[in-house]
Design a protein. Structure first.
Length: 246
């Protein structure tokens, strides 16, 4: 997992998948910034998919009203909150471009930093952002540390920051996932690695959340992640089904 590789000269077509739950205050700006970044970086063919995971506020309406994107923007809403993994799976399954760019919608990442991922991208690689300095509460960092100690124990090393929601990977890597909760990132990376994809780390900046409420430290979210990790550890067949890269 090294950053020192040949730089890609031609950008792939990109489906930007932005999961969102009660992000009415920032979602329109996140959509606009993502579109501007991809355009400025010379990605000629892209789409933006906002996955509204059963929000109880105006997330879906504000996303659709971001404006100026036409058919490049799709907002897909779950009728009720199904979980982070379910939102990602909906977005990945709906994607139509060659590569998927995953970024959370809460304003804690700068979409312009996809430039760092595009420079390393290839059809046999999963490019994973890692947060240079996490801007989360100590409780959330503690849960993260404990959870991924178990991930490393059960599956071996994957990347520096498994749950960092800033990734670029071939569309096939996102197909056929099963987790509904936060384990989805672990499932995606472990399965890709076992199927022969190269996992690569790139440092990205992480900014404090200024609006909304983070759910990553919610006890129900945490317990669901540990339950799904147990199920994955005891059912390795869940990691099958991904064809090796061409």
């Amino acid at each position: 997992m090294s950053d020192h590789v040949m730089v890609t000269s031609v950008h792939p077509s990109v489906s930007a998948v932005l999961p969102a739950y009660n992000e009415e205050a920032v979602i329109a700006e996140t959509v606009r910034r993502t579109s501007a970044a991809l355009t400025e970086l010379g990605v000629l063919d892209f789409e933006i998919l906002v996955i509204d995971d059963g929000s109880t506020d105006a997330t879906a309406v504000n996303a659709a009203g971001a404006g100026g994107l036409g058919t490049r923007l799709r907002v897909i809403s779950h009728p009720h909150n199904r979980g982070y993994g379910a939102a990602l799976r909906t977005g990945f399954d709906a994607a139509t471009r060659d590569a998927i760019f995953l970024m959370d919608s809460d304003g804690q990442f700068d979409p312009m930093e996809i430039e760092r991922l595009l420079a390393l991208y290839g059809p046999d690689r999963v490019i994973c952002g890692y947060r240079i300095k996490r801007r989360d509460t100590w409780v959330r960092r503690a849960y993260h540390k404990a959870f991924f100690a178990l991930v490393r124990l059960g599956f071996g090393p994957t990347t520096r920051d498994v749950n960092c929601a800033f990734k670029l990977f071939p569309r096939a890597v996102g197909q056929g996932l099963r987790a509904d909760g936060a384990l989805v990132s672990t499932e995606l990376l472990v399965r890709a690695h076992r199927s022969g994809y190269r996992l690569m780390d790139v440092g990205v900046h992480h900014y404090p959340r200024t609006t909304g409420r983070a759910t990553g430290a919610d006890i129900h979210v945490v317990l669901r992640a540990f339950r799904e990790l147990w199920e994955l550890r005891n059912n390795p067949a869940m990691l099958d089904g991904l064809e090796p890269p061409a």
